[in-house]
Design a protein around this ligand. Structure first.
Ligand code: SF4
Length: 74
């Protein structure tokens, strides 16, 4: 399992729209937990930095060019 797939599996909830969004960032801690952060929230304060999952609607959604998880931080 890739690091990204591993982090997704540790989220504890399906990410919903965020899964296929180019603004999605995944962080996995050394303790083995993971969380999803919205990269667009850094420039758009109306969006939650840590969206409540699953996200069903989001005006900031932008489809990722590929579906490969990105933004893994350790
Ligand atoms: S813009 Fe919306 S759909 Fe995209 S990562 Fe942020 S909260 Fe999720």
């Amino acid at each position: 399992m890739s690091d990204a797939a591993s982090a997704l599996a540790k989220l504890g909830a399906h990410p919903g729209l965020c899964l296929g969004c180019r603004h999605r960032l995944l962080n996995e801690t050394r303790r083995g937990t993971a969380y999803l952060r919205c990269g667009l929230a850094t420039t758009d304060e109306t969006l939650p930095r840590y969206p409540r999952l699953p996200v069903r609607e989001c005006r900031g959604f932008a489809a990722a060019e590929d579906q490969a998880p990105q933004g893994i931080d350790k």
